[in-house]
Design a protein around this ligand. Structure first.
Ligand code: PAF
Length: 283
Protein backbone atom coordinates (compact mmCIF):
# COMPACT_ATOMS: atom_id res chain seq x y z
CA UNK A 1 0.00 0.00 0.00
CA UNK A 2 1.30 3.47 -0.91
CA UNK A 3 2.27 5.46 2.16
CA UNK A 4 0.31 8.49 3.28
CA UNK A 5 1.75 11.68 1.76
CA UNK A 6 1.35 14.93 3.71
CA UNK A 7 2.26 18.36 2.38
CA UNK A 8 1.11 20.64 5.17
CA UNK A 9 2.67 21.06 8.59
CA UNK A 10 -0.67 21.25 10.43
CA UNK A 11 -1.58 17.78 9.12
CA UNK A 12 1.80 16.40 10.16
CA UNK A 13 1.53 17.97 13.62
CA UNK A 14 -1.90 16.40 14.19
CA UNK A 15 -0.31 12.99 13.73
CA UNK A 16 2.93 13.59 15.63
CA UNK A 17 1.08 15.10 18.61
CA UNK A 18 -1.11 12.03 18.78
CA UNK A 19 1.87 9.64 18.50
CA UNK A 20 3.78 11.40 21.26
CA UNK A 21 0.67 11.50 23.46
CA UNK A 22 0.58 7.72 23.19
CA UNK A 23 4.25 7.49 24.14
CA UNK A 24 5.39 6.36 20.67
CA UNK A 25 8.86 7.24 19.43
CA UNK A 26 9.23 8.96 16.06
CA UNK A 27 12.10 8.46 13.62
CA UNK A 28 12.76 10.76 10.68
CA UNK A 29 14.75 10.09 7.52
CA UNK A 30 15.35 13.44 5.77
CA UNK A 31 15.90 13.08 2.01
CA UNK A 32 15.73 15.04 -1.22
CA UNK A 33 14.04 12.10 -2.96
CA UNK A 34 15.46 10.06 -5.87
CA UNK A 35 15.66 7.28 -3.31
CA UNK A 36 18.21 4.48 -3.68
CA UNK A 37 19.26 1.54 -1.54
CA UNK A 38 21.32 3.84 0.69
CA UNK A 39 18.20 5.83 1.66
CA UNK A 40 16.19 2.65 2.07
CA UNK A 41 18.77 1.27 4.51
CA UNK A 42 18.16 4.40 6.64
CA UNK A 43 14.43 3.70 6.50
CA UNK A 44 15.10 0.14 7.67
CA UNK A 45 17.18 1.41 10.58
CA UNK A 46 14.44 3.89 11.51
CA UNK A 47 11.79 1.16 11.34
CA UNK A 48 13.90 -1.05 13.61
CA UNK A 49 14.55 1.75 16.13
CA UNK A 50 11.27 3.68 16.32
CA UNK A 51 7.51 3.12 16.64
CA UNK A 52 6.71 5.60 13.86
CA UNK A 53 8.71 6.60 10.81
CA UNK A 54 8.48 9.77 8.74
CA UNK A 55 10.45 10.10 5.50
CA UNK A 56 10.77 13.69 4.31
CA UNK A 57 11.29 14.60 0.66
CA UNK A 58 12.27 18.19 -0.04
CA UNK A 59 14.68 19.39 -2.71
CA UNK A 60 16.18 22.22 -0.71
CA UNK A 61 17.12 25.16 -2.95
CA UNK A 62 19.23 26.79 -0.22
CA UNK A 63 21.86 24.05 -0.28
CA UNK A 64 22.57 24.25 -4.02
CA UNK A 65 25.20 26.78 -4.96
CA UNK A 66 24.73 26.05 -8.65
CA UNK A 67 21.27 26.81 -10.14
CA UNK A 68 21.83 24.25 -12.95
CA UNK A 69 22.43 21.52 -10.39
CA UNK A 70 19.15 22.42 -8.69
CA UNK A 71 17.24 22.46 -11.98
CA UNK A 72 18.67 19.07 -12.97
CA UNK A 73 18.07 17.42 -9.59
CA UNK A 74 15.81 14.38 -10.17
CA UNK A 75 12.26 14.69 -8.85
CA UNK A 76 10.70 11.24 -8.68
CA UNK A 77 7.96 11.45 -6.06
CA UNK A 78 5.79 8.63 -7.45
CA UNK A 79 8.66 6.18 -7.75
CA UNK A 80 9.89 7.18 -4.29
CA UNK A 81 6.44 6.58 -2.77
CA UNK A 82 6.33 3.19 -4.49
CA UNK A 83 9.71 2.23 -3.06
CA UNK A 84 8.64 3.34 0.42
CA UNK A 85 5.43 1.28 0.22
CA UNK A 86 7.49 -1.86 0.79
CA UNK A 87 8.73 -0.46 4.13
CA UNK A 88 5.34 0.57 5.51
CA UNK A 89 6.53 3.99 6.65
CA UNK A 90 3.86 5.96 8.48
CA UNK A 91 4.12 9.21 6.54
CA UNK A 92 6.00 10.71 3.64
CA UNK A 93 6.22 14.43 4.34
CA UNK A 94 6.66 16.38 1.11
CA UNK A 95 6.30 19.95 2.36
CA UNK A 96 5.09 22.67 0.05
CA UNK A 97 7.98 25.14 -0.40
CA UNK A 98 6.21 27.78 1.72
CA UNK A 99 6.08 25.39 4.70
CA UNK A 100 9.88 25.48 4.76
CA UNK A 101 10.56 28.98 3.44
CA UNK A 102 7.50 31.17 4.00
CA UNK A 103 7.35 34.67 2.51
CA UNK A 104 9.97 36.83 4.24
CA UNK A 105 11.96 33.90 5.63
CA UNK A 106 15.13 35.45 6.99
CA UNK A 107 16.83 33.00 9.34
CA UNK A 108 19.96 31.00 8.59
CA UNK A 109 21.46 28.30 10.77
CA UNK A 110 25.22 28.30 10.33
CA UNK A 111 27.65 25.82 11.87
CA UNK A 112 31.24 27.09 12.12
CA UNK A 113 34.57 25.18 12.04
CA UNK A 114 33.33 21.78 10.86
CA UNK A 115 32.24 23.47 7.63
CA UNK A 116 35.58 25.20 6.94
CA UNK A 117 37.14 22.10 5.37
CA UNK A 118 36.53 19.42 2.74
CA UNK A 119 33.14 20.11 1.11
CA UNK A 120 32.78 23.55 2.72
CA UNK A 121 35.15 25.91 0.86
CA UNK A 122 34.17 24.74 -2.63
CA UNK A 123 30.43 24.94 -1.98
CA UNK A 124 29.74 28.30 -0.35
CA UNK A 125 26.41 28.35 1.50
CA UNK A 126 25.86 24.63 1.10
CA UNK A 127 26.13 23.66 4.76
CA UNK A 128 24.13 26.72 5.88
CA UNK A 129 21.38 25.49 3.58
CA UNK A 130 21.62 21.96 4.98
CA UNK A 131 21.72 23.08 8.64
CA UNK A 132 18.78 25.45 8.14
CA UNK A 133 16.51 22.96 6.41
CA UNK A 134 17.41 20.09 8.73
CA UNK A 135 16.75 22.26 11.81
CA UNK A 136 13.33 23.04 10.36
CA UNK A 137 12.62 19.40 9.55
CA UNK A 138 13.63 18.34 13.08
CA UNK A 139 11.32 20.95 14.59
CA UNK A 140 8.48 20.26 12.19
CA UNK A 141 8.52 16.48 12.60
CA UNK A 142 9.23 16.58 16.37
CA UNK A 143 11.16 13.35 15.81
CA UNK A 144 13.08 11.63 18.61
CA UNK A 145 15.67 10.11 16.26
CA UNK A 146 17.02 11.10 12.87
CA UNK A 147 18.89 8.83 10.47
CA UNK A 148 21.68 10.01 8.17
CA UNK A 149 24.12 8.11 5.98
CA UNK A 150 27.83 8.16 6.79
CA UNK A 151 28.39 8.60 3.05
CA UNK A 152 28.00 12.34 3.70
CA UNK A 153 30.15 12.16 6.81
CA UNK A 154 30.75 15.90 7.12
CA UNK A 155 27.01 16.56 6.79
CA UNK A 156 26.35 14.02 9.56
CA UNK A 157 28.76 15.83 11.93
CA UNK A 158 27.38 19.26 10.99
CA UNK A 159 23.79 18.16 11.64
CA UNK A 160 24.74 16.52 14.94
CA UNK A 161 26.55 19.67 16.10
CA UNK A 162 23.63 21.88 15.03
CA UNK A 163 21.12 19.78 17.01
CA UNK A 164 23.37 19.78 20.05
CA UNK A 165 24.09 23.52 19.93
CA UNK A 166 20.42 24.42 19.50
CA UNK A 167 19.23 21.92 22.14
CA UNK A 168 16.95 20.17 19.70
CA UNK A 169 16.01 17.01 21.58
CA UNK A 170 16.83 14.46 18.90
CA UNK A 171 19.35 11.64 18.54
CA UNK A 172 21.22 11.94 15.25
CA UNK A 173 22.15 8.43 14.18
CA UNK A 174 24.78 7.75 11.53
CA UNK A 175 24.29 4.63 9.40
CA UNK A 176 26.97 2.81 7.43
CA UNK A 177 27.44 3.64 3.76
CA UNK A 178 25.74 1.15 1.45
CA UNK A 179 28.06 -0.01 -1.34
CA UNK A 180 27.88 -1.78 -4.67
CA UNK A 181 29.62 -5.20 -4.66
CA UNK A 182 32.60 -3.36 -6.24
CA UNK A 183 32.90 -1.15 -3.15
CA UNK A 184 31.54 1.97 -4.89
CA UNK A 185 29.46 4.00 -2.45
CA UNK A 186 25.81 4.22 -3.56
CA UNK A 187 24.76 7.71 -4.60
CA UNK A 188 22.12 9.29 -6.83
CA UNK A 189 25.04 10.70 -8.85
CA UNK A 190 26.13 7.19 -9.89
CA UNK A 191 23.19 7.22 -12.30
CA UNK A 192 25.17 9.74 -14.35
CA UNK A 193 28.02 7.26 -14.89
CA UNK A 194 28.26 4.86 -17.84
CA UNK A 195 28.61 1.15 -17.00
CA UNK A 196 32.37 1.44 -17.69
CA UNK A 197 32.40 4.53 -15.47
CA UNK A 198 30.73 2.59 -12.65
CA UNK A 199 33.60 0.06 -12.78
CA UNK A 200 36.28 2.74 -12.85
CA UNK A 201 34.54 4.67 -10.06
CA UNK A 202 35.12 1.72 -7.73
CA UNK A 203 38.88 2.46 -7.99
CA UNK A 204 38.36 5.38 -5.63
CA UNK A 205 37.28 3.10 -2.79
CA UNK A 206 40.00 0.58 -3.67
CA UNK A 207 42.65 3.29 -3.45
CA UNK A 208 41.22 4.42 -0.10
CA UNK A 209 41.24 0.87 1.27
CA UNK A 210 44.93 0.57 0.31
CA UNK A 211 45.74 3.78 2.16
CA UNK A 212 43.79 2.55 5.19
CA UNK A 213 45.88 -0.64 5.21
CA UNK A 214 49.09 1.40 5.20
CA UNK A 215 47.76 3.64 7.98
CA UNK A 216 46.93 0.59 10.11
CA UNK A 217 50.64 -0.30 10.17
CA UNK A 218 51.62 3.21 11.26
CA UNK A 219 52.35 4.68 7.81
CA UNK A 220 52.15 8.40 7.01
CA UNK A 221 49.19 9.36 4.87
CA UNK A 222 50.82 11.83 2.45
CA UNK A 223 53.06 9.52 0.35
CA UNK A 224 50.21 7.03 0.07
CA UNK A 225 47.86 9.79 -1.09
CA UNK A 226 50.34 10.79 -3.82
CA UNK A 227 50.46 7.18 -5.02
CA UNK A 228 46.66 6.90 -4.92
CA UNK A 229 46.28 10.11 -6.96
CA UNK A 230 48.58 8.86 -9.69
CA UNK A 231 46.75 5.48 -9.75
CA UNK A 232 43.41 7.28 -10.04
CA UNK A 233 44.60 9.50 -12.90
CA UNK A 234 45.86 6.40 -14.67
CA UNK A 235 42.47 4.71 -14.17
CA UNK A 236 40.74 7.67 -15.89
CA UNK A 237 39.83 10.13 -13.13
CA UNK A 238 40.20 13.71 -14.33
CA UNK A 239 40.69 15.40 -10.95
CA UNK A 240 41.22 14.44 -7.33
CA UNK A 241 40.02 17.36 -5.19
CA UNK A 242 41.20 15.84 -1.94
CA UNK A 243 42.11 12.63 -0.18
CA UNK A 244 42.62 13.53 3.46
CA UNK A 245 42.87 11.84 6.82
CA UNK A 246 40.71 13.65 9.34
CA UNK A 247 39.83 13.26 13.00
CA UNK A 248 36.51 11.40 13.12
CA UNK A 249 35.05 13.89 15.59
CA UNK A 250 36.48 17.35 14.79
CA UNK A 251 37.59 16.84 11.17
CA UNK A 252 41.00 18.30 12.01
CA UNK A 253 43.72 17.17 9.58
CA UNK A 254 45.89 14.19 10.61
CA UNK A 255 49.14 12.87 9.21
CA UNK A 256 48.95 9.44 10.88
CA UNK A 257 46.14 7.33 12.29
CA UNK A 258 46.83 8.22 15.90
CA UNK A 259 43.15 8.48 16.88
CA UNK A 260 39.79 7.38 15.44
CA UNK A 261 39.84 8.91 11.97
CA UNK A 262 38.08 9.07 8.60
CA UNK A 263 39.84 8.93 5.28
CA UNK A 264 37.79 11.27 3.08
CA UNK A 265 37.96 11.85 -0.67
CA UNK A 266 36.37 13.79 -3.51
CA UNK A 267 37.27 13.11 -7.15
CA UNK A 268 35.91 13.64 -10.64
CA UNK A 269 35.21 10.94 -13.20
CA UNK A 270 33.35 11.45 -16.50
CA UNK A 271 32.17 14.90 -15.31
CA UNK A 272 30.70 13.37 -12.13
CA UNK A 273 31.91 14.42 -8.71
CA UNK A 274 32.25 11.40 -6.42
CA UNK A 275 32.78 11.55 -2.66
CA UNK A 276 33.56 8.75 -0.24
CA UNK A 277 34.96 8.20 3.23
CA UNK A 278 35.95 5.21 5.33
CA UNK A 279 36.64 4.69 9.02
CA UNK A 280 40.29 4.27 10.04
CA UNK A 281 41.05 2.80 13.46
CA UNK A 282 44.08 4.09 15.38
CA UNK A 283 47.26 2.20 14.38
O1 PAF B 1 21.54 14.45 2.30
C1 PAF B 1 20.52 15.00 1.80
O2 PAF B 1 19.78 14.41 1.02
C2 PAF B 1 20.23 16.45 2.16
O3 PAF B 1 21.39 17.17 2.33
C3 PAF B 1 19.29 16.59 3.38
C4 PAF B 1 19.94 16.06 4.63
C5 PAF B 1 17.99 15.85 3.13
C6 PAF B 1 18.96 18.07 3.62
O4 PAF B 1 18.31 18.63 2.53
Amino acid sequence: MKPQILRRLTDLRTLTRDWHRRGETIGVVPTMGALHQGHLSLVEAAKAGCDRVIVTIFVNPKQFNNPDDLAKYPRTENEDAQKLAAYAVDVVYVPEPDEIYPEGFSTTVSVADLTDVMEGPGRPGHFDGVATVVAKLFLQTQADRAYFGEKDYQQLLVVRRMARDLNIPIDVIGCETVREPSGLAMSSRNLLLSSGGMETAAELNRAMQNIAKGLATGGAVEPMVQQAKSDLFEAGFSEVEYIELRCAETLSLLTHATQPARLCAAAWLDGVRLIDNIAVAPA
